[in-house]
Design a protein around this ligand. Sequence first.
Ligand code: GDP
Length: 369
Amino acid sequence: GQDIKKCRGCGAALQHESQDKPGYLPEKAAGREPVICQRCFRIKNYNEAAAVAVDQDEFLRLLGQIGNQEALVIHIVDIFDFEGSLISGLQRFVGNNPVILAVNKIDLLPKVTNWNKLRNWVQRQCKEHGLRTSEIVLCSAKKNQGFDRLLETIAETRGDRDVYVVGATNVGKSTLINRLIRDYSDLDEELTTSRYPGTTLDMVHIPLDDGRAIIDTPGIVYPWRFSELVVREDLGVVMPENPLKPLVYQLDEGQTLFFGGMCRFDFIQGAHQSFTAFISGSLKIHRTKLERADALYADHAGELLSPPSKKSLEHMPDWTRHELRIPKGSNWDIFISGLGWIKVNGDQGALTAVHAPKGVRVLTRPSMI
Ligand code: GDP
């Protein structure tokens, strides 16, 4: 018979007639090598297109369709920006469908981390935010950790459902989907991943063997994250690339730490105690007296206290002061969305303040590690 050409990506017979059917290839692209259908072409190249992301409302509307069908939802969060990347409205939209929480970027945590303790912490936080999860998988898409476990969990839970992958921008969704594709389909090239927020276009369907699909949804832009506020050149500085090296500071009341020029932490009142900063190693910490902090910032923002540089400072919102009273008793973190956190090691309580660009989410939480 006639030799029907097949897509090198998904294996579907190539056709020029129906754009919404498998194997569609525009006639003018027929000569392209390797011969792949438009859908596979998009999967391979979509990240190179112009940046598009969606706001929360639009995203939740997109998600509306999940509740009405049998689906498995993989909700990816970034352990470095847990409260900033958690989709807290998710529960209302997924209906009774199972949700697997993939906690990504665990390679950033210190090697000595107690993973069981971390998993319990994640579980408690989810409960606090009203999120039900059928499974929590700690993973690193980058270092290929926890990935077998994730695939196993997906296989156990999926049945014959479609798999929706949801996440905020920059949580590693593309990196993870690359791994899924490598495992599930014949696409031999990877998607391009990108460091810049919002580079995933609208829903992308990745066909599975059984006629179901993995559906990659757009990254949600959450305006309260540092990663959405900084200019491109500074993103690589606030987002750690390597495992965090916790920095311990013994502080007396009346002392201040500057994290580059991104943020400032004041220890206003309390007994001498230690604070541990979990932030990107590329951000320099400057210690000074609280009474000198305003003047230091006024004189040296964008220079000694950088990044942001003088130029990128113009694009940053002014700082808001958050006064935070740390209770006595157990350990607490002061969490700054997308920048990291400061662990309060003492149990005597403390009065502190964080100065961060307006809009950045700052909160206290039980210590993560
Ligand atoms: P998306 O916007 O959610 O699709 O995220 P990407 O997959 O494009 O990743 C965003 C950034 O996070 C990139 O700089 C990735 O290299 C980085 N990244 C993704 N997964 C991991 C991970 O497991 N560990 C670390 N340290 N970085 C990761």
